[in-house]
Design a protein around this ligand. Structure first.
Ligand code: TYD
Ligand code: MG
Length: 408
């Protein structure tokens, strides 16, 4: 149980006089969640979990409430007690010290919380709460802001950490998370494609840790499970020998991630060639095609081009360029690329292969996963020469080198 922080008189101090306290953290027993929180839940912190409806926010936090051996107050303004019970049954674990409370009045909630003295409070969702002090409807900007402010004060006074769920729309807007980012201590965003099992929990703000962390989960019929080795799941087995796919040694936040890029290039029969990209920026694809056409004379202009990042992932890391270019050439020329090869490099406008950040980590991950060869930029490659990563490192300076070395 948390101690109620004593109200002492605050006076200005120099930094020497401030006593550094090691902040206390609760282990969530979930490696991915611990990682994005920077090592567990900090006492008295207010943590916003945002994401589109249906992505799995309630599941994530109910699962946390059920798995932790702590006293939890789970407030829901979204679902009935019976609905929550059904969800908990799917998850399959129960915590006899988890209290479900379907209430939307924030004063009432805090009164109940003061009585119960839980270790953690979870509020699902901020858009359903209402403060009696504000005369507008739940979900409106002023209500959302006021309720969050009240929760923040309560968390700081009692040292009880509070998770709040906030919906964001596809456009990322509405009265909700965006508005609250400066009030709360931590902002986590849960994202993914509903048609795929993978979910990424990303740290957008963290007063107690790094914002480069991500957690990866898979949603199945029993809730969310941690994915500690995502690369192994994102790459399909190499038994088909089909053309058009290449593996990128990418990075999500600070985390190396090997993923499969897939291209289909086929003659454009109906006039204007089509270009389509899933999980990758369409303009960047057009740029890469123009570079291939101009520098290598490859006839993409007469072809439809479809590009896909496997697993429903969205990538913005420029290091995937090289794998995408390889997948495009592979499909155009119908030449299979072995899945023992992977690529990490940005492609510039004149067809040069540019170096990418944290190359040693990417190479290390490729080695760990048993790849035979990784292709990287020749520039700045000195930093990795002479080191043994358990994978052969080959360097390229231009796209023409890729054509020669891989497609020979
Ligand atoms: P939910 O947590 O309700 O999303 P949010 O709170 O972000 O709106 O998750 C909704 C989806 O997750 C729903 O489509 C059903 C699916 N789901 C599973 O696939 N397996 C499960 O075990 C659970 C509980 C939900
Ligand atoms: Mg929900």
């Amino acid at each position: 149980m948390w101690r109620i922080a004593k109200k002492e008189q605050v006076i200005p101090k120099t930094l020497q006089d401030v006593i550094a306290t090691h902040e206390f953290r609760i282990d969530t027993l979930d490696g991915e969640l611990n990682r994005v929180l920077g090592g567990g839940i900090v006492a008295g912190s207010l943590i916003l979990v945002g994401g589109q409806p249906g992505i799995g926010k309630s599941t994530l936090l109910l699962q946390l409430a059920m798995k932790l051996n702590k006293k939890i107050l789970y407030v829901s303004g979204e679902e009935s007690e019976a609905q929550i019970k059904m969800r908990a049954d799917r998850i399959g674990v129960t915590n006899s010290a988890c209290f479900i409370y379907t209430e939307v009045n924030v004063s009432q909630i805090l009164k109940e919380a003061t009585q119960l003295q839980p270790d953690i409070i979870i509020v699902d969702s901020i858009q359903t709460l209402m403060s009696p002090f504000i005369d507008s409807t739940p979900g409106s900007i002023s209500q959302v802001r006021e309720c969050t402010g009240e929760l923040q004060r309560f968390a700081k006074e009692t040292n009880i950490p509070i998770f709040i769920i906030g919906h964001i729309t596809k456009e990322g807007g509405i009265a909700g998370p965006k508005l609250l980012e400066h009030i709360v201590d931590v902002v986590l965003q849960f994202e993914g494609d509903q048609h795929y099992a993978y979910r990424i929990l990303r740290t957008l703000k963290n007063r107690f840790g790094s914002t480069d962390e991500i957690g990866i989960y898979a949603m199945d019929s029993n809730g969310l499970s941690e994915v500690s080795n995502p690369s192994e799941l994102l790459i399909s087995p190499d038994d088909t020998h089909l053309s058009g796919s290449a593996i990128a040694a990418s990075l999500e936040g600070l985390r190396p991630l090997l993923l499969e890029t897939q291209a289909l290039v086929s003659p454009a029969i109906y006039g204007t060639p089509q270009r389509s990209a899933t999980g990758f920026d369409l303009r960047r694809l057009s740029m890469l095609l123009a570079v291939l056409e101009k520098r290598c004379g490859l006839p993409f202009g007469q072809n439809d081009v479809f590009l896909n990042i496997a697993g429903g992932l969205k990538v913005s890391d420029p290091s995937v360029d090289l794998a995408i270019v390889a997948a495009l050439i592979s499909s155009l020329q119908d030449i299979h690329i072995s899945k023992k090869l992977c690529f990490a490099g940005e492609v510039g406008l004149s067809g040069e292969i540019r170096p990418v950040s944290r190359i040693d980590q990417r190479i290390q991950e490729a080695g760990r996963l048993g790849f035979e060869t990784i292709f990287i930029s020749k520039y700045k490659s000195e930093i990795v020469t002479g080191k043994n990563f358990g994978v052969e490192v080959r360097t390229l300076s231009r796209i023409e080198d890729l054509l020669r070395e891989v497609f020979g």
